[in-house]
Design a protein around this ligand. Structure first.
Ligand SMILES: *Cc1c(COP(=O)(O)O)cnc(C)c1O
Length: 388
């Protein structure tokens, strides 16, 4: 049978087929869960490419190949969580090195940087990376890595990946993009000059709120060698069943994200004209200060909306409690709509003054828009506003 070649196919097709040729021994159409720790060898060192499942597992390898094809990467490496994927990337820096990071990151990222890696002698500087000159000004002789997230969480600020990558190329720095919020369907950082892309697959890629995982992708041979070594050495690998769930989820990534973006745009437009709403942040709205950049590097505006409700903390908490349909929960990117309060939930670890300066106010609410019928999502918002 002819082997599937991702280079000959489009995104939607690769999401279903890349890395997943039918099982030659049984013909199973769905890639099997190889729930095994070890592999029988015919003679010492004579095996079929698998020796031990921490090092390689067929189900994980299939997912790694599939995800790599979606980002246009040569290599993918899957981990037990997005945070485990981050610790893998940090194997590229050592004591005495300096890292520049966006100042509006996923909450767990600065926690890992400041409370774990800073103790190992790695230095971190946070800047608003939507200003390329601020990133440039932060470069020091020992800078090795620039770490950006775009759109950011929860303020949906956009960093121009191409501008930052031309800067990092000039200074011979590694550029990592946490592409969790955009997904490879909307934005492909490697095509824009980034060196490494990272995802929490827990979110859009797996997409059904049923597993936790992470992935790192690159086309750079040297970075891959180091990270593959570290994946095996440190061992925070994704298990075969989680790889299977992720592979099943990713087959519908394009369909899901397209619908999420459509729902999100309509909902953002609706919220923007609502009398009980102070302001709406959504990269697809004309009112978003970086809409032009978003249009250049993202196919659509994404599935996350942040908005500030009039009346501050108490009104926000009341709304969150009373709005039907939207489940009050952390996380994002699943088929179901979720709602949350960044200041007291996902971003509670950030000191209050710092939250206020960056714009994570007490009235700010974040919605991860799902694939439900738009009319139902709008009706639920109306019911929430009517109840407060
Ligand atoms: C959730 C998230 C992470 C962390 O991933 P886990 O799978 O929860 O470990 C990292 N970055 C972003 C942008 C996230 O949303």
């Amino acid at each position: 049978m002819k082997k599937y070649n991702p280079a000959e196919h489009q995104f939607e097709t690769n999401a279903i087929h890349a890395g997943q040729d039918p099982d030659p021994s049984t013909g199973a159409i769905t890639f099997p869960i190889y729930q095994t720790s070890t592999y029988v060898q015919e003679a010492v060192g004579k095996h079929k490419g698998y020796e031990y499942s921490r090092t390689s597992n067929p189900t994980r390898c299939a997912l790694e190949a599939c995800l790599a094809s979606l980002e246009g990467a040569k290599y993918g490496l899957c981990f037990a969580s997005g945070m485990a994927a981050m610790t893998n990337v940090l194997s590229l820096v050592k004591a005495g090195d300096h890292v520049i990071a966006s100042d509006d990151l996923y909450g767990g990222t600065p926690r890992l940087f400041n409370q774990v890696y800073a103790g190992y002698g790695i230095e971190f500087t946070y800047v608003d990376s939507s200003f390329t000159d601020r990133v440039e000004a932060a470069i020091k002789p020992n800078t090795k890595l620039v770490w950006i997230e775009t759109p950011t969480n929860p303020l949906l600020k956009i960093t121009e990946i191409r501008a930052i990558s031309s800067l990092t190329h000039r200074h011979k720095l590694i550029l990592l993009v946490d592409n969790t919020f955009a997904t490879p369907f909307l934005q492909r950082p490697l095509d824009l000059g980034a060196d490494i892309v990272l995802h929490s697959v827990t979110k859009y890629i797996a997409g059904h709120a049923d597993t936790v995982g992470g992935v790192v992708m690159t086309s750079n041979d040297a970075h891959y060698e180091r990270m593959k070594f570290h994946q095996n050495a440190a061992g925070a690998v994704m298990g075969p069943f989680d790889a299977f769930l992720t592979m099943r989820g990713v087959k519908t990534l394009a369909l899901r994200v397209e619908r999420q973006c459509e729902n999100a745009l309509h909902l953002a437009q609706y919220l923007e004209q609502h009398p009980k709403v102070e302001r709406v942040i959504y990269p697809g709205l004309d009112s978003h200060p970086q809409k032009k950049i978003a249009e250049r590097q993202m196919r659509l505006g994404g599935g996350i909306i942040s908005f500030e409700i009039k009346g501050g903390l108490n009104t926000a908490l009341q709304f969150l409690e009373l709005v039907p349909l939207y489940s009050l929960a952390e996380s994002l990117g699943g088929v179901e709509s979720l709602i949350e309060h960044p200041a007291m939930m996902t971003h509670a670890a950030i000191p209050k003054e710092r939250r206020e300066t960056v714009g994570i106010t007490d009235g700010l609410i974040r919605i991860s828009v799902g694939i439900e019928a738009y009319e139902d999502l709008k009706k639920a918002i109306d019911a929430g506003f009517a109840a407060i």
